[in-house]
Design a protein around this ligand. Structure first.
Ligand code: SAM
Length: 239
């Protein structure tokens, strides 16, 4: 505390958005690295306790240092774990998996059967660095509803963070191209719109590269078609 105001140790807007999307009061941060996020959640009083987990010992040394220096070592447990394998989820309200590829995030969720139960009602806060579409498809096909998705810009990069919960059936929305590539973001304004433009530009670049080679021409044409469809949807949403 500084003059009665909790110190903010997060300098990163991406992690700030992840913190904002935590709902409950006990979060497990998987792939915590320096442990900034769980430390922040406890310092801000948003969580009464947290778990900081990582597969590698070195990041956990850094997390231990962060936790100790900020006086929250009794409230943040440091756990060496591949995904959620060694994480005790009893009483945990939120699981955060940020800063990894969409496929790895999906694999970590798939490996933890406790998450696949309506009884536990855990809010998943997910921030894929790459292949968000793989994660969205996995969630849809495995009974997880994306309840909200928000975006943020950090320098040159724009990130999406989604909240998901297990509902045990296919969500009410469609798994269409809009959901797969642009997520459940509001693409009509602000960072949501910037995110949509960024995703479309990336697909466009990939399509152009593919169209240059005879072997990948067919795939390039499909991607170009997708780009057109998403661009039209973005225009329609803006009207
Ligand atoms: C790029 S850092 C992201 C750190 C932080 N979550 C963030 O978003 O800034 C990825 C971290 O995930 C850890 N990691 C990678 N695979 C993992 C797994 N299967 N289980 C737990 N942690 C993992 C790495 O050791 C690394 O510390």
């Amino acid at each position: 505390m500084f003059n009665g105001v909790a110190m903010n140790i997060l300098k990163d807007k991406r992690l700030m958005l992840c913190a904002e999307m935590v709902k409950g009061d006990a979060a497990a941060d998987i792939g915590t690295d320096h442990g900034y996020l769980p430390t922040h959640l406890v310092l801000q009083g948003k969580c009464t306790r947290c778990i900081a987990a990582d597969i590698n010992p070195m990041p956990l040394d850094a997390a231990r240092k962060t936790v100790t220096e900020n006086g929250v070592s009794t409230k943040v447990d440091i756990v060496l774990s591949d995904g959620l394998e060694s994480v005790e989820l009893t009483g945990i309200t939120d699981v955060i998996i940020a800063g990894m590829g969409g496929e790895l995030i999906a694999r970590i969720i798939d490996d933890c059967k406790t998450l696949h139960s309506k009884d536990n009602d855990i809010n998943l806060v997910l921030q894929p660095m790459t292949r968000p579409e793989e994660l969205r498809i996995y969630l849809y096909e495995n009974g997880f509803e994306v309840t909200s998705e928000r975006c943020v810009r950090e320098g040159r990069f724009i990130y999406s963070v989604m909240c998901a919960r297990f509902i045990g059936e296919k969500p009410a929305y469609e798994m269409d191209k809009r959901y797969i590539h642009l997520g459940r973001t509001d693409i009509t304004e602000g960072f949501g719109k910037e995110y949509a433009i960024d995703r479309i530009n990336k697909l466009k670049k990939a399509a152009e590269g593919m169209l240059k080679s005879k072997d990948s021409r067919q795939e390039g044409l499909q991607k170009a078609e997708l780009v057109k469809m998403l661009t039209d949807q973005l225009r329609e949403a803006e009207q």
